[in-house]
Design a protein around this ligand. Sequence first.
Ligand code: XMP
Length: 512
Amino acid sequence: MEETVAVFDFGSQTAQLIARRIRELGVYCEIVRHDTSRDELLELGPAAIILSGGPSSVFEPRHPRMDRRILDMGVPVLGICYGMQLLAEIMGGTVERGEGGEYGPARIDVEDPIGIFKDMPSSLNVWMSHGDHVTKTPEGFRTLAGTPTCPIAAMADSGGKIYGIQFHPEVVHTPRGSDIIRNFLFNVASCRGGWTMGRFVDESVKRIKALVGNHNVICGLSGGVDSSVAAALINRAIGDRMKAIFVDNGLLRKGEVEEIRSMFTDDYPFNFQIVDAADLFLDELKGVVDPETKRKIIGKTFIDVFYDAASDVKGAKFLAQGTLYPDIIESRSANGGPSSTIKSHHNVGGLPEDLNFELLEPLKELFKDEVRLLGKELGLPSKLLARQPFPGPGLAVRIIGEVTRDDLAILREADLIMREEIESYDEKKEIWQFFAVLLPVKSVGVMGDERTYANVVALRAVTSLDAMTADWARIPYDVLGRISSRIINEVNGVNRVVYDISSKPPSTIEWE
Ligand code: XMP
């Protein structure tokens, strides 16, 4: 990468936001472990360094530190919150424990509008979130801004290269935060900017070529946005030496296998194979009712089928995945940083320990919306980039109880009707995800003069920003009515439709 900013991760939940803000300003950025050594950093050759905040205190005996020599490299540094306290500790200032801390909005008085505060008003609204604070600047540093409770809210060294700020410029509650980061990048660190997704493609292509050499790459393709964009990017770099493998587990929505086939053979062709393993998956799921057991069986069967297909590819050394940055922080605790692990997550359903491939994860520094931009840059069809999230275990977690071929056929038809009706109603795509669920319940109905005793279908539609929380979508009654009447009339075996009005939490989006 030509011009890179390194964000040292001290376990902040907002390290990703810092990276985001930097890229929005047209500068490429990578998040690195807080204990990255000077030599490792030299390889990256950063134009500037940002030290993130974090949950630790410099008073903890084993608090996360950094290689002291990095501060002598002459590269501009901005320490945020814990990053500022660590700078003060390392460079001989004083940090004190706050009484109760300071969390929320604050107003700082800018005493010295230089460097990061260039062209800023003398008073700024900022967001604070800290326990400890700096009470004496290191020698050669001066105070740039303060509040009555935090007199040293910003400091700079005499050379104007090292800055510390106690507040968080990366969050939206600091309205001029982006301008402060902009000043640091362009005024202090003389970055040139101009980074775009187009540059990301060029640089990634170079990196992938250099890493892969003459070897081949297998890519696990799910048909979702992330793995498709990863495959397209690798294809751009090494052409047919990447082979994408799509496992048809027989648990997809109606028409999806055909859609994926035509997408990657006609619309955006690359070396790609569909492995039809539907029978195997359905055999393995026979008689299984428990949701977790279903998920485990599907995960294990996927791995077996995928590795079987992958081992047929000669000279394959790398396994590519569409892992994103949020996946990494959820599973690996922020680049090995000290934040707490939220949940385990694997894109290919749990990789075996004795993996015979090296991992290739070209999207691992990006966020979901950045991946969509990248996909657009690569020319992927917009219908693919707009796809809804779809769970790895597919319709198996939308058929409550045992999964049978008959039930899959019923659910597919009902789900298709829901899709058709919602797609024509929700033109602005305000609904995050919608699908039908087949319940293991039969109810009595009457059709014509006949009594029926048939299945119940639940409709699920939610609005959400990130799937962590969700609310049920307020779909107009007449749209719901149309879906219900079409399902009952057109799908054999269903005589009742209900609408799920639960939010997440306490419910989840999927039913299993
Ligand atoms: P829940 O049901 O946990 O779902 O509220 C949150 C989001 O994750 C999707 N989901 C999955 N995605 N593998 C995936 O790749 C899975 O096993 C899985 N389970 C749930 C779900 O569709 C929703 O978007």
